[in-house]
Design a protein around this ligand. Structure first.
Ligand SMILES: *Cc1c(COP(=O)(O)O)cnc(C)c1O
Length: 410
């Protein structure tokens, strides 16, 4: 075989002289500037571009929020602060990251089951919107509001009676720890009416990582319907209606990008009725991976090249301790390969199939399983694409005690 390797995944980063460029810098030079492998690099231009694409496709009065858990690197969050309309946080730590940016507190919301009493007090003091997940949270917030002389801003997070079909992760419909079951919401709203809290609206998030425009469209229709039913019992006008998100990105062979135009067009059709029925509402879509996932790569250096009974193994200096998702151990049922290439020899002669493994002494530390790769030697740079979301902070960094990975925004 003497052909250049064929990449089945589109590469969003320009390739110059056979080398991937990130933020305009060839990877071989970026590695010298970082001074260390492995690292994650996030391309600010691609993040900006993604937000522009969304703005162009979605109705103008749909506001975009970034869900920080997808990538909480402070520089990334700072960059996004100038691009999106709000942030969603899921811990006091993420709340701090969000409040460190110029984003105003009213545009930050806090979701997650099991918020501690301390976190609820902090969120009240910060003046951010709290997505209410239980009656217990309401009791604590009412107390915090009284003692702090503030009215906590509350949006009720609803566990809907429908699901987002074909999602990578379902987070609504059926029994769930997230939000309040829709059938219990009226009772909670009635209680809220007698408490010193500020009702803002509803947060209805049904799932994540969805590539089917049809499913997202159906969930959005259902979400508006549900909000209409619930608003009848609300203690005040709906000022915030968070429609969830769930926009997915393609990771695996055969997956096609989400048809954003179809989602935007359909949503535009739903908006006139929504504006009529919720005249005071701000409409929000909250996205994590869709904003940052495709803008990031993970880079590791080949430490060893071994052959074992006919199979080539590239042993690299990074692994599942930095990138659990790419190893297939973060929510995948059947392990599939992320798109992987040799970043300093993008069009190298194909070596047939090779596996990329990390330094950990476990068979789980597998970054690419027998996939077509260009020829690579010790010292070459293996790049995992689609790594801008659920990377470093979703990984068991302490496992086996290897050095950490760095992160750069380029
Ligand atoms: C995780 C999460 C998100 C982000 O999900 P993505 O798949 O990254 O878009 C948004 N909202 C809530 C409530 C979440 O829990």
């Amino acid at each position: 075989m003497n052909e250049a390797v064929r990449h089945t995944h589109p590469i969003l980063f320009p390739v110059r002289d056979n080398c991937l460029t990130l933020g305009g810098t060839p990877l071989s030079r970026l590695v010298e500037r970082v001074g260390y492998t492995p690292f994650y690099a996030y391309d600010r231009r691609l993040i900006t571009q993604r937000v522009s694409e969304l703005r162009a496709a979605l109705p103008v009065d749909i506001h975009l929020h970034y869900a920080i858990k997808a990538n909480p690197m402070p520089a990334v969050v700072q960059h996004l602060a100038g691009l999106v309309d709000g942030f969603d946080v899921a811990s006091a730590g993420e709340m701090k990251t969000a409040l460190d940016t110029p984003m105003v507190p009213e545009k930050i919301s806090f979701a997650g089951p099991g918020k501690t009493e301390r976190e609820l007090w902090q969120a009240t003091a910060a003046g951010i919107v709290i997505n209410l997940e239980s009656g217990r949270e309401l009791d604590i917030l009412a107390r915090a509001g009284r003692e702090l002389g503030l009215r906590p801003k509350i949006a009720v997070r609803v566990n809907p009676d429908f699901e987002l079909k074909s999602s990578g992760m379902k987070m609504g419909g059926g029994p769930k720890p997230f939000g309040v079951d829709v059938e219990r919401v009226p009772e909670l709203l009635a209680r809220m009416a007698g408490l010193p809290v500020d009702f803002h609206g509803f947060h209805i998030f049904s799932g994540s990582q969805n590539l089917k425009a049809e499913s997202i469209m159906e969930a959005q229709r259902n979400t508006f319907e549900l909000a209409r039913r619930l608003a009848a019992n609300a203690p005040g006008p709906v000022r915030l209606l968070n429609l969830g998100g769930g926009f997915g990105i393609p990771y695996f062979p055969g997956e096609r990008p989400l048809d954003l135009g179809a989602v935007g067009g359909h949503l535009a059709g739903l908006m006139p009725a929504a504006r009529r029925d919720f005249p005071e509402a701000e409409f929000v879509i909250e996205l994590g991976r869709y904003l940052v996932g495709e803008a990031g790569v993970y880079v590791a250096r080949v430490l060893d090249r071994k052959e074992s009974r006919g199979q080539v193994f590239l042993v690299v200096d990074g692994g599942l301790h930095h990138h659990l998702s790419a190893s297939g151990n973060f929510g995948q049922v059947i392990r599939k390969n992320y798109p992987v290439l040799v970043g300093n020899r993008v069009a190298a002669v194909a070596m047939g199939t090779a596996s990329v493994v990390g330094p950990l002494c476990t068979p789980l530390d597998l970054l690419a399983d027998r996939m077509p790769l260009g020829h690579a030697e010790v010292g070459d740079l293996v790049v995992i694409l689609q790594s801008g979301a659920y990377g470093l902070t979703s990984s068991p960094m302490a496992f086996l005690g290897h050095p950490p990975a760095l992160e750069v925004l380029v």
